[in-house]
Design a protein around this ligand. Sequence first.
Ligand SMILES: Nc1ncnc2c1ncn2[C@@H]1O[C@H](COP(=O)(O)OP(=O)(O)OP(=O)(O)O)[C@@H](O)[C@H]1O
Ligand SMILES: [Mg+2]
Length: 280
Amino acid sequence: MGKKKKTDSLSAKQLENHLKAVEDQTLLYAKDLARIFAQRKEKERQLELTKQQLARSARIALLGELAAGIAHEINNILTPAMGNLSILLMKKSDLSKDLVERLETIEWSVAKASSMLHQLLDLSHEKPEKKETKDIGAILEQSLSLLKYKFVKSKIEVKKDLKPNVPKVHVDDAQIGQVFTNLFLNAIDAMEQGGTLRIAASYHPEKSAYVEILFEDTGPGILPEIMDHVFEPFYTTKDVGRGTGLGLFISYGIIEKHGGTIDVANLPDKGTQFKICLPV
Ligand SMILES: Nc1ncnc2c1ncn2[C@@H]1O[C@H](COP(=O)(O)OP(=O)(O)OP(=O)(O)O)[C@@H](O)[C@H]1O
Ligand SMILES: [Mg+2]
């Protein structure tokens, strides 16, 4: 009898162990399922993001082609106007002061329009770039120094965080400098009441073959419905005469020509972040 009792209690224990094992296994399965589900969700999210990015770059490319086509036509019209103005202004001494002033005003406007058109045409033409191995920090410094007075005047503090391991990059420094200047000008416009602009450059060779440069301001950020359009040519929210909406479009084109990427996001607290990745 005693023996039988022992067997009974053993099997109860065994059953308990077995149940516990099944329970553990079920829990593991559930955890696995949750992980697989989360991974799938993340993949779907990334796919959606990639789709959006592809649609965005296709849209920008199309609008860019359109803008370049129009720029080409207008440039053809402006060229003889500019030539004739120059000839007239060469004969300044024969003309009245009033006439010379008016001609110079016209010349200024035509030159401004022409420079805008050339920026667009430069982007669409595969013109040879003057690429050299350059230091990102030096290009940033150069662009910053040009706008120093504007930062001071707008009470914007510039904080730099350039990691020492950031390698040099093979770039056309004048073009990359233009991109930085465009981002600085936008940040200045966004922080009318003052603020902080953080510029950070980093390089993580174990993760990526790109140098990452962040520009973070403490401005109002960008509304979601605007966010998707900021890189399009002539898209601006600024008053007429204050913005042409070409700064980010030109920057996008320059970075793309360098084999890099440029992206925009709102910061969790407040403000906008532009992220540029350039191949090493
Ligand atoms: N740092 C920023 N904070 C908030 N909004 C921004 C910022 N940068 C750009 N934007 C938004 O993106 C729009 C497009 O910028 P972009 O630089 O292309 O043109 P713009 O500054 O309006 O004119 P342009 O640069 O030709 O003088 C801006 O009008 C603004 O609405
Ligand atoms: Mg701008």
